[in-house]
Design a protein around this ligand. Structure first.
Ligand SMILES: NC(=O)c1ccc[n+]([C@@H]2O[C@H](COP(=O)([O-])OP(=O)(O)OC[C@H]3O[C@@H](n4cnc5c(N)ncnc54)[C@H](OP(=O)(O)O)[C@@H]3O)[C@@H](O)[C@H]2O)c1
Length: 364
């Protein structure tokens, strides 16, 4: 059996749906919140997919793992693989040390509690941004190279990788680390879904602008880093790759970037979006050299929307994924691309997506 944490979240929902589609027996560890127990929350998040899933109520925290002893015993007897996808994805937690400790102690306690039963493999969903504020090419074998971090989130994710690897080595559990870049797909309103929702909200706003009577003259200038890579990765690929890398024998002990290799430069991405949306006035400025002079209210709105992700938008990084690509090719998983056809598909998803629009449409 497979045990998944984080199934009520953006990425976990997609992993659960794909695992169920293969008929794999699945248990999920989820917490009760807002007056609902774990079963109700998993049912609300997964809909039909929730049928047949063994829901275990529990929480991972700085104090370890809180799960009823009987449920833990059942998991020990049945779970061969854990995909640990739960995580608090806020960049700026109110109190930092408990936040870091929850990322580290919760999964380590769960791994130790299950080790000695049937558990063989642990797949840790981390982030490509454990590289912190580095620039240039980042390789999958690299971890702590003394990098600075943008926020406590990145540091917590790296510390969690290290702690889970050490716990796995001590308990004889095969730990694999998966590092997605910025994941995009139809997303719920969770912190993890926010980058995707913001990107989609931007697309919807640009699409609305393109429908304006004065669209031919409409300008939408965005400050970024035109030469930097736009490191998005599609949700479907992340879910498929995670399920394979969690259990494939060739992935044993590995660390894997789940990314679009040679992701398009921001300038090209903006051009592809402008072309697809029919919005010739969509322009990417270089924040370092071209200040956004006399911004319109719409341009100010977009700048505010991007602000929480500004550091990432200005960072020039290439994530090498040679190790992931080799294993996934053997498993028949095609490498993701971000060309015009993929951008067109993302635009379609954004325009059809039910996720909440985070910006108001232009007046007029
Ligand atoms: N979204 C991205 O672009 C991205 C990119 C790279 C890596 N990641 C990583 O991918 C993983 C999933 O992220 P996401 O985007 O799906 O985030 P999300 O939508 O915010 O979902 C987070 C999930 O983790 C659960 N969770 C959080 N704290 C928990 C705790 N203390 N105990 C038990 N469950 C807890 C949440 O449960 P509740 O529903 O109970 O809150 C939810 O199911 C995270 O580890 C994140 O660091 C995300």
């Amino acid at each position: 059996m497979l045990l998944l944490t984080g199934a009520t979240g953006f990425i976990g929902r997609a992993i659960a749906a794909r695992a169920r589609a293969t008929g794999r027996p699945l248990a999920v560890l989820a917490r009760g919140r807002d007056g609902l127990d774990a079963h109700a929350r998993v049912a609300a998040a997964l809909g039909e997919t929730a049928r047949g899933i063994d829901v275990i109520e529990g929480e991972l925290s700085a104090d370890g793992v809180a799960v009823a002893p009987a449920a833990l015993g059942r998991l020990r007897e049945r779970v061969e693989t854990v995909i640990h996808c739960a995580g608090d994805t806020s960049f700026a937690p109110q109190v930092v040390e408990p936040f870091v400790a929850a990322h580290v102690n919760g999964p380590v306690a769960l791994l130790r509690a299950l080790a000695g039963g049937r558990l063989q493999r642990w797949a840790q969903v981390s982030t490509a941004f454990v590289c912190g504020a580095r620039s240039g090419t980042v390789y999958e074998h690299e971890g702590d190279v003394g990098q600075a971090f943008h926020n406590p989130y990145e540091r917590a994710k790296l510390r969690a990788e290290e702690a889970v690897r050490a716990a796995g080595a001590a308990c004889g559990v095969d730990v694999r680390v998966l590092r997605p870049s910025i994941v995009v797909g139809a997303a719920p309103s969770t912190a993890g879904g926010n980058p995707s929702n913001l990107f989609f909200a931007f697309i919807r706003l640009a699409a609305a602008l393109a429908q304006w009577p004065g669209a031919a003259e409409a300008r939408l200038r965005v400050a970024g880093a035109p030469q930097a890579a736009f490191n998005l990765v599609p949700l479907e690929y992340v879910a498929d790759a995670t399920l394979v890398l969690a259990e494939h024998p060739d992935a044993s002990g590995g660390t894997f970037h789940l990314v679009v290799r040679d992701a398009p430069r921001q300038r090209l991405m903006a051009a592809m979006l402008a072309e697809r949306l029919g919005l010739a006035g969509l322009t990417l400025l270089d924040a370092a050299t071209e200040p956004l002079a006399s911004p319109s209210s719409l341009e100010r709105q977009v700048a505010r929307m991007i602000e929480p992700y500004r550091d990432y938008f200005l960072q020039d990084l290439r994530f090498d994924d040679a190790v992931a690509a080799a294993v996934l090719a053997r498993a028949g998983i095609a490498r993701p691309t971000l060309g015009p056809a993929d951008v067109a598909r993302l635009v379609d998803v954004a325009l059809l997506s039910e996720s909440r629009s985070l910006v108001s449409p232009p007046n007029g």
